[in-house]
Each structure stands twice: as structure tokens, then as C-alpha cells.
Design a protein around this ligand. Structure first.
Ligand SMILES: [Zn+2]
Length: 420
């Protein structure tokens, strides 16, 4: 042992107990895995201090197929005593582990009443049976519930969970499974965030529309579902600020406006739509009104598609945007087009030489498909040139050449940024 090692070991050993607990707690906060576990094995004194601090054992994760992980789970449940806990439980594998999962999940039930966050990741097999112990239980402190099922096919089995109530629930995510709707009325009172993903069962959009109408605080909604177009499928959510949806591929140019018209969400500020095509955006922007919906507060609108799209070859694209600028979206200040087919036509029509001024539009973000990069860049140069000649305002332009992922446009710096 060198002098330096000797000094640092002594320094750590002489730390007061409160500081030790604070260090372990800080480690939890920044996602350092199992720091409390490591510290409890350093020395006798560390062990006593760390084991005696129940708040250090409240972020609990377990893999149900791993015996060691389940043993650690038991220890955490015991050491966290009466503190509120966050539980992440995983069993992504199939049938072989079903009985094991059933028995092991059973151990959780007595602790549900002090759980504030519950994440369960399961394989599609027998989810109804595996989640049955949670069905009639109340979760009085639960704020965050995330249920994810790994599945390749639509699952039509209906899940009932916490039917005795979850009065503090604010975050609900259901990925790949069908929850019995409506849930206990107590679920809806404080719900602010709802995600329903990978949901391709019919009749569900009506049930979701009815449910969200009962959520007075809902601000964030993300839906990846099968759409229905009846009066009962419309979403009336006066409080909603953020909406993300997916539209299926291979639909006609009127499909997008039909979906957008399903939302009666007058306070909406940010709208992201996946799966759109250029002709659909065109049709939408050419409208002056929709039969039912209006978007007076919408400031940010994003359209995102997959990297490959074969529709451009077949679409005769000669019309231009004829509606008054931003007729449907009068407050729009940010427009984003990611991997969107016909982006160069959209740029030409929205910003080009014959376009009308859009004074509220401050930022345009473009991430063109690789093959269309030059065409889009040419359209941008034309637009900038004509606007500057006419001394008309031009939005701040953020241009991405390549994208590592579809989400990259959200956090990354653009390759070119232009101000006039
Ligand atoms: Zn397309």
C-alpha cells in the first residue's frame, strides 16, 4: 500500500456517519447502481451505518428469473422498513418462468401500500395470471405505474389491476397490453401523463376517449393505437398540452386531417405525429378549418416518418399551399419535418418565392432523408434568397444532415443553423 492509498483509506474511514449516508443517497440519485450495497460490504461500521438508513434501500430493482436478484429484493424490502419504495420488476422471458414469477410477485403484495413507483416488464405469456395478485389491491401512494409487455402479436387479454383504487396516480404507461377500461374512478383524479403504446386491438380508442374525458388534469398524452372514427372516438381533453400519436402507413392524403379532427384539445401546445407523408401534411396545411377541432394554442408541430418511404414516385405533386398562412394553427412558431417525404416541396410552398409570409413561425427544423438532401437544400437556398430580397422575415432554420436516431433532432445541435 502506498502512502497515498493509506491516506485515502483513512480519510474515507474517518467520514462521519451522516456524510456516509449522504454519499450513498447521492449515488442513488445519479443512477449509480447499488452503491448502498457496495458500501455495506466495505467495513463493519459502514455496514451498520448504511443498513441502519432505510431511505437508502428504497429504489428496488429485481429480475424474477434470477434467484440472486430476488434474494436482494427481499433484503431491500426489509431494510427499507416503512419508507416509500420504487419497484422495477422484470421477467421478459416466457413460460418456463411463469410459476416462479407468480410466487415471487406474491412477495411484493404486502409492500404495495408503500409503493410510489411500480414498473413491471413481462413477457406476453399469461400476463393476466401473473398480474392477478395485484387485481383487487389498493395502491394508496402509487404515483407512477408502468406496465410493459414484450410481444410480437396483439394481446387481447384484459388486465385488471389495483381495482380498489390508486388515488395518487399521475403517470400511467401501458405498453403492449390491454387494461380494463375504465379503471377505478380514483385513478383518473390526478392523472397528468398517459401513454398507451403498441395497442392494436379494436374498440380501444373509444374506451380511451371516454377515460381521458374523466381526467381533469391530463396534460401529456401519447397514443400508438388503432384509430376509430366515430363521434364516440373523439378526445375531449381541455387540459392537454402535449400530444404524440402514430398514424398507420399506406393511408390516403385525407387520413391525417381525419385523425387530427379527433382531438378537441384547445390548450394543446406541442403536437408530434409519427408516420405522416408529405401529401397528408399538404392537405392539412391547405385547410382553413376542421369540422370539429381547432388548435389556437399550438406552438410546436412535428411530423416524423421512417427512413424509407416509397410514396414519392407515385404522387403528382403540383398543388401549392393555398390556405391563409397558419389558418388552422395561428400560434405555430416551430415546425419540424423529420425523414418526411416531399420535404423539398413543403419547403418551397411554405417558405419559397411564392409563399405568403408566416410572421409567427420562428423556427423550422429539417432532417431530410439522405436521398433528398440536395433537393431540400436547394429549396432552402431559394427560399432564403427570395425572402431576403423581399425583406420578409425568415424563420431560424435548423438543418440536420444525418440523424443517428429519429429522436436525435430533439437534443442535438444541427449541422447548419441559419438566421437572417
Ligand atoms: Zn411518403
Amino acid at each position: 500500500m502506498t502512502d497515498e492509498d493509506h491516506i485515502s483509506t483513512r480519510t474515507v474511514s474517518s467520514l462521519p456517519n451522516e456524510l456516509l449516508v449522504a454519499i450513498a443517497a447521492a449515488g442513488q440519485g445519479c443512477g449509480s447502481d447499488f452503491l448502498e450495497w457496495t458500501l455495506s460490504h466495505v467495513s463493519r461500521r459502514f455496514r451498520d451505518v448504511v443498513v441502519g438508513a432505510p431511505t437508502l434501500w428504497t429504489l428496488i430493482e429485481a429480475d424474477f428469473y434470477d434467484w440472486g436478484s430476488v434474494e436482494i429484493l427481499k433484503l431491500y424490502l426489509e431494510r427499507s422498513r416503512r419508507c416509500k419504495i420504487s419497484l422495477t420488476l422484470r421477467n421478459p422471458s416466457s413460460e418456463d418462468f411463469r410459476l416462479l414469477t407468480l410466487t415471487r410477485l406474491g412477495q411484493i403484495i404486502p409492500h404495495i401500500e408503500r409503493c410510489w413507483k411500480l414498473v413491471i416488464l413481462l413477457s406476453a405469456d399469461s400476463i393476466v395470471e401473473v398480474l392477478a395478485p395485484f387485481r383487487d389491491v389498493e395502491a394508496p401512494h402509487l404515483q407512477h405505474l408502468d406496465l410493459e409487455v414484450i410481444t410480437d402479436y396483439p394481446n387481447d387479454e384484459c388486465i385488471e389491476i389495483f381495482s380498489a383504487g390508486a388515488p395518487r396516480l399521475s403517470f400511467l404507461k401501458m405498453d403492449g397490453l390491454k387494461l380494463q377500461l375504465p379503471p377505478s374512478p380514483s385513478w383518473m383524479a390526478s392523472l397528468t401523463h398517459l401513454e398507451v403504446l403498441e395497442h392494436w386491438v379494436s374498440d380501444y380508442s373509444n374506451l380511451l376517449a371516454a377515460m381521458t374525458a374523466q381526467c381533469p388534469l391530463l396534460v401529456h398524452l401519447h397514443l400508438d393505437i388503432l384509430w376509430e372514427f366515430e363521434e364516440t372516438s373523439r378526445f375531449h381533453i381541455p387540459s392537454l398540452k402535449f400530444l404524440q400519436i402514430s398514424v398507420p402507413d399506406s393511408e390516403d392524403e385525407f387520413f391525417l386531417e381525419a385523425i387530427v379532427d379527433l382531438f378537441d384539445t384547445p390548450a394543446l401546445e406541442e403536437f408530434i405525429i409519427y408516420g405522416t407523408h408529405g401529401d397528408q401534411i399538404f392537405t392539412l396545411f391547405n385547410l382553413t378549418s376542421l369540422p370539429h377541432s381547432s388548435f389556437p394554442a399550438l406552438t410546436s408541430f412535428s411530423f416524423i416518418n421512417k427512413a424509407s418511404c416509397s410514396c414519392e414516385k407515385d404522387i403528382p405533386f403540383s398543388s401549392s399551399i393555398s390556405a391563409p398562412p397558419l389558418a388552422l394553427f395561428p400560434a405555430l412558431s416551430s415546425l419540424t419535418l423529420v425523414n418526411q417525404c416531399l420535404t423539398h416541396n413543403l419547403v418551397k410552398d411554405l417558405l419559397g418565392p411564392s409563399s405568403q409570409p408566416w410572421p409567427r413561425l420562428e423556427t423550422v427544423t429539417l432532417c431530410p432523408k439522405k436521398d433528398h438532401f440536395d433537393a431540400v437544400w436547394d429549396a432552402v437556398k431559394d427560399a432564403v434568397h427570395s425572402k431576403s430580397q423581399r425583406r420578409e422575415p425568415f424563420p431560424r432554420l435548423r438543418f440536420f444532415r444525418t440523424l443517428a436516431s429519429l429522436e436525435a433532432w430533439q437534443g442535438n445541435e444541427p449541422d447548419v443553423e441559419m438566421f437572417l
